[in-house]
Design a protein around this ligand. Structure first.
Ligand SMILES: NC(=O)c1ccc[n+]([C@@H]2O[C@H](COP(=O)([O-])OP(=O)(O)OC[C@H]3O[C@@H](n4cnc5c(N)ncnc54)[C@H](O)[C@@H]3O)[C@@H](O)[C@H]2O)c1
Length: 319
């Protein structure tokens, strides 16, 4: 690798595990974490960390120069549920930070960019099952509008200026190392904490709300794989559909009950139900599977086992 990697928003749910994985692959000193807040001990101690606001283009540029950065992973964003409470702030963070990075890539200051999109780009008029790569997209949340717009700009910068930008429409990502940042699929993480702390959980989504989901290790694998694929294999320069599992709160609760028969679930849908209702239930990701050989590893049973094991270990360590 010619230059180093900068991860912006490295201390969040996905950024933390992505940073650790990239350090493992490319060397601790070659992967620079940055965020507006400090991250976990493992992240802070395993390699360089630089405080930086993704919207501060001058600060980001200084980091590119200081560390001879060739690749940027832009993970900073305001997520779906939080963004609905501060739409203008979400728009400004989600869009301006992307423009800064795309312009640095256009000016050849960096060679390659990863920017995550989301299933939130879809809306109530999108076909709900096996949602195709190319389809109707009329998102109704500010988060979804910002991701859809971001996708258009990524494709534009690629077509017009040759920018090597790569993107995935992540589904709900399930993990235990870092708490989630305010998304609509967070119930599928909280449920494990509820199960192990109180033997019960009240879901903020209704029992039959099916959504596309993925275990963190698969999301990290997809991210590394798309970034390592030869450029000519990346035919979609807006963002790839990406899929592993689809389940409802009821199906997840039943899978947990197989391991913990005493676990009880209740349902009290809140404002997030409306967001979930506007999203697909399942995604067709055959283009990613065909173009750069994407393949997931974790099914529902292995996800539940990993989550129960990981969260229990964390609770033991906290005691
Ligand atoms: N987690 C999911 O299920 C999911 C699903 C679809 C898409 N995504 C996308 O993946 C990316 C990462 O998501 P995540 O779940 O890790 O989010 P998160 O909220 O857990 O982490 C985002 C990180 O960005 C940092 N940040 C916020 N404002 C910043 C700023 N101005 N400058 C620098 N850093 C800032 C936060 O401190 C946080 O550490 C986002 O673009 C998100 O939209 C996530």
């Amino acid at each position: 690798m010619a230059g180093k990697i900068l991860i912006i928003g490295a201390c969040g749910q996905i950024g933390t595990e992505l940073t650790l994985k990239l350090r493992n692959l490319y060397g601790n000193q070659n992967v620079i974490a940055s965020d507006i807040k400090e991250g976990s001990r493992e992240l802070m101690e395993s390699g360089p960390f630089e405080p930086a606001d993704a919207n501060d283009a001058r600060r980001v540029e200084a980091l590119l120069d200081q560390y001879n950065i060739s690749q940027v992973y832009l993970m900073a964003a305001m997520l779906s549920a939080t963004a609905e409470k501060a739409p203008m702030k979400a728009w400004s963070l989600n869009m301006d930070s992307l423009f800064h990075i795309l312009n640095f890539a256009k000016d050849k200051k960096i060679e390659k960019v990863f920017w995550p999109s989301s299933i939130a780009v879809f809306g109530p008029t999108t076909p709900k099952n096996d949602t195709p790569q190319t389809t109707i997209m009329e998102p109704t949340t500010v988060y979804g509008i910002s991701k859809q717009t971001g996708e258009r700009w990524c494709e534009y910068f690629h077509n017009k200026y040759g920018v090597d930008v790569r993107s995935l429409r992540y589904p709900g990502i399930i993990s235990y190392k870092t708490l989630p940042g305010g998304g609509t699929t967070d119930y599928a993480i909280e449920i494990f904490h509820g199960a192990l702390k109180n033997n019960g959980y009240t879901s903020f989504l209704a029992e039959d709300t099916g959504l596309p989901m993925m275990y963190m290790d698969d999301a990290i694998k997809a991210t590394v794989d798309i970034m390592e694929a030869p450029s000519h294999k990346i035919r979609v320069r807006s963002s790839y559909n990406l899929s592993a599992l689809s389940f409802t709160p009821k199906i997840l609760a039943e899978a947990i009950q197989k391991e913990m028969p005493e676990f009880k679930i209740a349902y009290e849908p809140d404002f997030r139900q409306k967001i979930a209702d506007s999203w697909p239930s399942s995604i067709d990701d055959s283009e990613a599977r065909k173009d750069w050989q994407w393949k997931h590893d974790f099914d529902l049973e292995s996800l539940v086992n990993e989550m129960l094991g990981g969260v229990s270990e964390q609770l033991r360590a906290e005691k």
